[in-house]
Ligand binder design. Structure first.
Ligand SMILES: *Cc1c(COP(=O)(O)O)cnc(C)c1O
Length: 523
C-alpha cells in the first residue's frame, strides 16, 4: 500500500449517487492528497549535505540523547511540494469570501504588505538603541495618535498582542485603579451575548463574573443592569456594536450609571469596523476599549499573521496603563518610557504586558491602511460594511429566521437562527453544505442568545456580485435543509474529507505522531 493511501482517502459516492472512480494515487484531478511528513519522509533522507561531524568530546556529562531524533527527511523539491500542497488545502481571504461573523475577515491591501516589508521596518530589532530606531518609534507614535483621534480617548496602550490580550490590559488597569483607591470591588458584569473572551478575561484577572440579560431586541437590558449596580461592582464589559450585530443605543446611559455607582466601563471594541469614523467611544463614556488592528485596520489574521490589540483609555484610567510607551519631544525626537519612577513619573502603571513594544509589523500595516484611507475613507469603510450586512440581512430574512430583524437595521453583521429547518436538520448541516458550495462557513452557534445561531459578516470590500452569489448559495442550502434533503446531512461531498468526529477531535486530540506499530501498541 502506498503512503498516500494510508492517510485514509477512500473512493466515495457522489451526491447524485454515482460512484466516483477511485484513483491509484488517491488524488482527485488537480486536488492532491497529502500524507503527514512523518509518513512520507525517512530518517536517512536529507535535502542538504552536511559535513561529517569530527571528533568532539561531549560536555553534557552523560545527559546526551542516546537515540536518533527520528525527524523525517525529504529532498528539497519534495519538501517544497509537501508544504505547497498543504497550503492549497487552506481556505484563505485571498481565495474567496469569508462570511465569519465576529471575526471581521477583511481584505488585506497589498500596499500594507509592501510597507511592512520595507527593510527599515522589517529588519529593526527591539533591543537596538532608540537613536537608531527613531522611524519605527515614529510609526508607533503616529498610529497611537490616530487611534486616540478616531476613538476620542485620552491615551493608548500599544503593546497588547490580540483582542483578548487587550481585554486583559484594560481589566488590569481597572484593577490597578481600584487598588490605588483601596476599593475591593470584585464583580464584573458581562452581557449574555458577550464573546467568550470577556468573562474569561474578568475571571483570569480575579473578578467574579455575573450576566446581564438582554432585551427581546437583543440589546443590554438597562434596567436590569442598573438594578445590579452597587459597591461590589468593579465595572462592566460591553461589546459595542454587540455580537447580535446591533448598536447599543443606551451606551451613554450605561456608562453614566456605572460611573455614578463607582465602577469602570470596559468596551469590547472588536466590532469597531462598523462605527469607525462615525462614533467616538470616548463620547460614550468608555474608560477602556481594545481595538483589533487585525479586524478594523486590515492587518492579516487567522493563519496569516499575529493579532494586535491596542487599548485606548480614558483620562481616569490612563495613568494605570502598561509600559512601555512612546513619547514625542519638542525637538521631534522620540523616546520610549520603559520604567515607572515611583513618586515621579508613571508611578501607577500596572507594569508590562509584553517583553518589547508590541507587534511592529502590524503597526506598519495598520498605519499604512489608515493613512491610505484618510478620515473620509475610514468613515466609508464603516458605512459600506454596514450597507453590505444589511443587504445580506434583508436578502435572506425571507428564507431564514432573523430573530432581531425587527430591531431595525443591523450594523456590520447579520444574525440568523435555525428556526424553520426540517426536523433533524441543524445549523451544522448548513455550514457543511456551504463548504460544498466553496465557502468557508459563517460563524455558527454564537452568540449563545440565539438558537443555532448563524452570524454573517460580509465586510466592506465585498462586491455586490460576490454577495449575490453567496446569498444564492445560502438560499439553496437553506431550502435543502427546510425540505429535509438527506444528502445535506452527509455534506460536504466535494471536500477532501467528509464529516469528521469533531467532538472526538476536541476531546482526544492526537498531538503526537507514533510509528504505526507503536500506535497499535498504544491502543
Ligand atoms: C475577535 C473578538 C475578540 C477577541 O479578539 P482576539 O484578537 O481574537 O483575541 C473579542 N471580542 C469580540 C467581540 C471579538 O469579535
Amino acid at each position: 500500500m502506498s503512503a498516500l493511501n494510508q492517510s485514509g482517502w477512500k473512493p466515495e459516492m457522489g451526491p447524485s449517487g454515482d460512484a466516483k472512480p477511485a484513483t491509484f494515487t488517491g488524488n482527485r484531478a488537480l486536488m492532491l492528497e497529502e500524507a503527514l511528513i512523518f509518513e512520507i519522509g525517512t530518517t536517512d533522507t536529507t535535502g542538504v549535505d552536511l559535513p561529517e561531524v569530527g571528533n568532539v568530546t561531549s560536555r553534557l556529562g552523560g545527559l546526551e540523547r542516546n537515540r536518533t531524533i527520528g525527524m523525517p527527511g525529504l529532498s528539497e523539491p519534495e519538501t517544497v511540494r509537501h508544504y505547497t500542497r498543504l497550503s492549497r488545502q487552506n481556505y484563505a481571504i485571498d481565495l474567496g469570501f469569508f462570511p465569519l461573523g465576529s471575526c471581521t475577515m477583511k481584505h488585506n491591501p497589498r500596499l500594507n504588505e509592501k510597507v511592512a516589508r520595507m527593510a527599515g521596518f522589517a529588519d529593526v530589532h527591539p533591543l537596538q538603541p532608540v537613536e537608531t530606531v527613531q522611524g519605527a518609534l515614529a510609526v508607533i507614535n503616529e498610529l497611537a495618535v490616530w487611534l486616540i483621534e478616531l476613538t476620542g480617548m485620552h491615551g493608548v496602550a500599544m503593546t497588547p498582542k490580540a483582542g483578548a490580550h487587550g481585554e486583559l490590559c484594560g481589566i488590569l488597569a481597572i484593577k490597578a485603579a481600584l487598588e490605588a483607591r483601596g476599593d475591593p470591588r470584585s464583580v464584573i458584569l458581562v452581557p449574555e451575548s458577550a464573546h467568550g473572551t470577556n468573562p474569561a478575561t474578568a475571571a483570569f484577572a480575579g473578578f467574579s463574573v455575573e450576566n446581564i440579560p438582554a432585551t427581546s431586541e437583543g440589546r443590554v437590558d438597562l434596567d436590569a443592569l442598573k438594578a445590579r449596580l452597587g459597591p461590589d461592582v468593579a465595572g462592566v464589559m460591553i461589546t459595542n456594536p454587540n455580537t447580535c450585530g446591533l448598536f447599543e443605543r443606551d451606551m451613554k446611559a450605561i456608562s453614566d450609571a456605572v460611573h455614578a455607582a463607582g465602577g469602570y466601563v470596559y468596551c469590547d471594541g472588536a466590532n469597531f469596523n462598523a462605527i469607525v469614523g462615525r462614533v467616538r467611544p470616548g463620547d460614550l463614556g468608555i474608560d477602556a476599549m481594545h481595538i483589533n488592528l487585525h479586524k478594523t485596520f486590515s492587518t492579516p489574521h487567522g493563519g496569516g499573521g499575529p493579532g494586535s490589540g491596542p487599548v485606548v483609555m480614558s483620562k481616569a484610567l490612563s495613568p494605570y496603563g502598561p509600559l512601555p510607551f512612546t513619547e514625542r519631544h519638542a525637538d521631534g525626537r522620540y523616546s520610549l518610557v520603559e520604567e515607572e519612577t515611583v513618586g515621579e513619573r508613571h508611578p501607577h502603571s500596572f507594569g508590562r504586558m509584553t517583553a518589547f513594544h508590541g507587534q511592529m509589523g502590524m503597526f506598519t500595516r495598520a498605519l499604512s491602511y489608515i493613512m491610505s484611507h484618510g478620515a473620509d475613507g475610514l468613515r466609508q469603510v464603516a458605512e459600506d460594511a454596514v450597507l453590505n450586512a444589511n443587504y445580506i440581512l434583508r436578502s435572506l430574512e425571507g428564507t431564514m429566521d432573523a430573530p432581531f430583524a425587527h430591531s431595525g437595521p443591523c450594523m456590520h453583521e447579520a444574525l440568523f437562527s435555525d428556526s424553520g429547518l426540517a426536523e433533524g436538520f441543524t445549523t451544522l448541516d448548513i455550514a457543511k453544505g456551504l463548504i460544498d458550495e466553496g465557502y468557508h462557513p459563517m460563524t455558527v452557534y454564537f452568540p449563545l442568545v440565539v438558537h443555532g445561531a448563524m452570524l454573517i459578516e460580509p465586510t466592506e470590500t465585498e462586491s455586490k456580485a460576490t454577495l449575490d452569489q453567496f446569498i444564492g448559495a445560502m438560499r439553496s442550502v437553506v431550502q435543502r435543509a427546510k425540505a429535509g434533503d438527506p444528502s445535506l446531512k452527509s455534506a460536504p461531498h466535494h471536500a477532501p474529507r467528509r464529516r469528521l468526529d469533531e467532538t472526538l477531535a476536541a476531546r482526544k486530540p492526537m498531538l503526537v505522531w507514533h510509528e504505526p506499530e507503536e500506535a497499535v501498541a498504544a491502543e
